[in-house]
Design a protein around this ligand. Structure first.
Ligand code: SIN
Length: 357
């Protein structure tokens, strides 16, 4: 599917991949922006709407991968997105890629693309830009068109020293996609970026050195799990009155990994100690992070970690979950190739990625 400027796919272009979200949403009435359905408008229409503001020299090709509310994002859709981005990066005609996405789970997709395509994009010098919106496409003052326009410009424009990689551009700011997360239910600036740069192309030098540090540390992408091959990983949140059954029920299940969203520095309720030992004994992978939504979880702080459990560094629980799934899948692929690497080897490379800012 292409936008109404018909471009042969073999000529240089920016590929715009549609996943859905509020940016493609429709409100029941323009003055009622909270009553809407996400994922209603095709990406081709979103592109057509802003095309007159794009320099004629920039060719756009759109492709609809899904049109969903991102709370329904599935692992098979992540596989499809990852494989599409990976193939498009290889295509010499694709100069850059924009992904329109719901903001609810853009956090998961950001870390997924960084860990599976980040090194590849960097090596090829191409930018992949995630964007979305907080207001549906027909709402008064909708933010979608300006976000899409900014994202396309970021994908298409040579920017001072800004390397290829996986970014997000939203609300006039740019960041690495792995640093974007929604941290407010309704505010227009809800998708918060850690240490953003201006999306107007004025790149903050300290942000840029942070980007380069992440890219220097991320030297090998992880394999994209095939549809149906994603390991089952759940997030358990520790809270006042936490019960041992919350863990022991999972320990008896076929789950492959648990992400523990602990309180404060990532500590969890004492009631979980014994059932967690049971879970480890059953071969379930454990990762520990903080439910606070910010800051670093360090190994063996506030207490010694259960045997084999890894601290998630700066990864939030949703990001740690994707990272653990990719690490478990990488362990499985390594075994098939006769390499004695464990999920901990892969996860440890992710947990130490530098924090920008
Ligand atoms: C969604 O995530 O699909 C709905 C919410 C949004 O895009 O802001």
């Amino acid at each position: 599917m292409s936008s109404n400027r018909i471009h042969p796919e073999k000529s240089p272009h920016i590929l715009v991949l549609g996943m859905g979200g509020t940016i493609a949403g429709l409100a029941s009435a323009p003055e009622n922006p909270l009553e809407y359905a996400a994922g209603q408008v095709g990406v081709e229409s979103l592109v057509e709407h802003i095309e007159s503001a794009i320099p004629k020299s920039v060719k756009l090709v759109s492709q609809q991968l899904a049109n969903i509310n991102s709370r329904n994002l599935s692992e098979s859709l992540l596989s499809l997105l990852g494989e599409t981005v990976s193939a498009a990066l290889e295509d010499p005609a694709v100069l850059g890629i924009v992904v329109t996405h719901g903001t609810d789970t853009i956090e998961e997709t950001g870390i997924f693309l960084q860990l599976t395509c980040g090194q590849h994009a960097n090596q090829l010098g191409k930018r992949v830009i995630l964007t979305g919106a907080m207001l549906p496409s027909n709402a008064i003052g909708t933010d979608g068109p300006s976000n899409l326009l900014d994202a396309i410009k970021w994908a298409a424009t040579p920017l001072d020293n800004c390397p290829g990689g996986i970014y997000a551009v939203i609300d006039g700011r740019a960041c690495m996609a792995m640093d974007l997360a929604k941290r407010h239910a309704t505010a227009l600036n809800a998708p918060l970026q850690a240490s953003p740069s201006s999306s107007a192309g004025l790149i903050n030098p300290s942000w840029l050195s942070g980007v380069k540090a992440v890219q220097a540390a991320w030297t090998e992408d992880l394999p994209i799990p095939k549809e149906g091959e994603w390991p089952w990983v759940e997030i358990l949140t520790s809270h006042a009155g936490a019960r041992p059954e919350t863990v022991s029920l999972w320990a008896e299940s076929p789950v492959k990994g648990l992400v523990l969203a602990g309180s404060g520095m990532g500590g969890f309720h004492d009631a979980w100690q014994a059932p967690l030992a049971l879970a480890v004994g059953k071969g379930i992978a454990l990762v520990r992070t903080t439910r606070t939504g910010a800051g670093v979880t360090y190994p063996d702080i506030p207490e010694k970690d259960p045997l084999g459990c890894l601290a998630a560094g700066s990864l939030t629980a949703p990001r740690a979950r994707i990272a653990l799934q990719l690490a478990l899948n990488a362990e499985k692929q390594a075994k098939i190739m006769g390499k004695p690497l464990t999920w901990q080897d892969f996860f440890a490379r992710i947990a130490v990625l530098p924090v920008i800012g």
